[in-house]
Design a protein around this ligand. Structure first.
Ligand SMILES: NC(=O)c1ccc[n+]([C@@H]2O[C@H](COP(=O)([O-])OP(=O)(O)OC[C@H]3O[C@@H](n4cnc5c(N)ncnc54)[C@H](OP(=O)(O)O)[C@@H]3O)[C@@H](O)[C@H]2O)c1
Length: 248
């Protein structure tokens, strides 16, 4: 079944037929080894936000793939900055997507993992308070949680004085959360790139010139460039491109 605006494959092997959910699921898939997949949307001229939020860049095809990538993962990692700014709510999946997960031997929902150095988090935020699975907060050994946070989330402390992202990922893998999806934001992508932890980037390119002002999908201190080969190019009928780049 195809819903909404048709999405077609441009490369490799162009398809004239719109991709249904099963075809999209197969194109993105789960890996047979631990993988960190990052998903972002940007404007044609590289902006990560319009008026401060990602919503102005994201249409129905992007939301469809966004939800599908959530369906496919074990852990959904987001930086505290994006969680706070975008007002993350509890992770929800449609009945169809929960059924797909059950049929594939997965928990009904992925586990939310919030990366924070300061632990400046609000336990009443719906992402914690209404979570269908107890979230994990990835932090370091010196951070003090605010009252109530440990009532709604487990703390995973990796690193001293700063979060050791590689050790945090290894911990998640050890808990069986091997398919990790990161939804940003830019400072977290910058740190993951610097630590050479990004296996895959799924990037939606919105056909929009946002103009100057907004940041890019990455931020923070400079680090060595990393090569990520192109795996597929999809196009939606509203002019949106969906790129998937991944390590060999
Ligand atoms: N277009 C898109 O697809 C997309 C996706 C995501 C976000 N965004 C946009 O990006 C903006 C948010 O960006 P941001 O600059 O706030 O970046 P961010 O990476 O979302 O958040 C930065 C904060 O997250 C925590 N964090 C990130 N990396 C960390 C690390 N290596 N170790 C420990 N903590 C880490 C820290 O939280 P603490 O302060 O708690 O220590 C840090 O202050 C928003 O405007 C959002 O809308 C766009």
């Amino acid at each position: 079944m195809t819903v909404g605006i048709p999405i077609r494959r441009l490369w490799p092997e162009p398809s004239t037929e719109p991709l249904d959910d099963a075809a999209l699921t197969a194109l993105y898939g789960r890996a047979d080894q631990p993988r960190l997949r990052v998903n972002f949307v940007a404007s044609l001229d590289g902006a990560v936000t319009v008026d401060g939020y990602s919503a102005g860049l994201s249409g129905e095809p992007d939301k469809r793939v966004f939800g599908m990538l959530r369906m496919l993962c074990d852990a959904l990692v987001v930086a505290a900055g994006t969680l706070r700014h975008e007002g993350y709510r509890a992770v929800r999946l449609s009945e169809n997507r929960r059924a797909w997960r059950r049929a594939n031997g997965l928990a009904a929902y992925p586990t939310l993992v919030v990366v924070s150095g300061s632990l400046g988090l609000d336990p009443a935020q719906a992402a914690f308070a209404d979570a269908p699975v107890r979230p994990i907060v990835l932090t370091h050994s010196d951070a003090e949680p605010p009252p109530g946070l440990t009532d709604v989330a487990d703390l995973l402390r990796c690193g001293t004085g700063r979060v050791d992202l590689a050790a945090g990922l290894a911990e998640l893998h050890g808990r069986g959360l091997t398919q990790v999806l990161c939804e940003g934001g830019p400072h977290l992508l910058g740190a993951l790139t610097a630590a050479d932890l990004v296996d895959e980037l799924c990037l939606t390119v919105a056909p929009l010139l946002a103009g100057p002002g907004a940041g890019r999908i990455t931020a923070g201190d400079a680090s060595a460039p990393r090569h990520l080969p192109l795996r597929h190019v999809l196009a939606a009928d509203d002019g949106v491109l969906m790129l998937r780049h991944a390590r060999p």
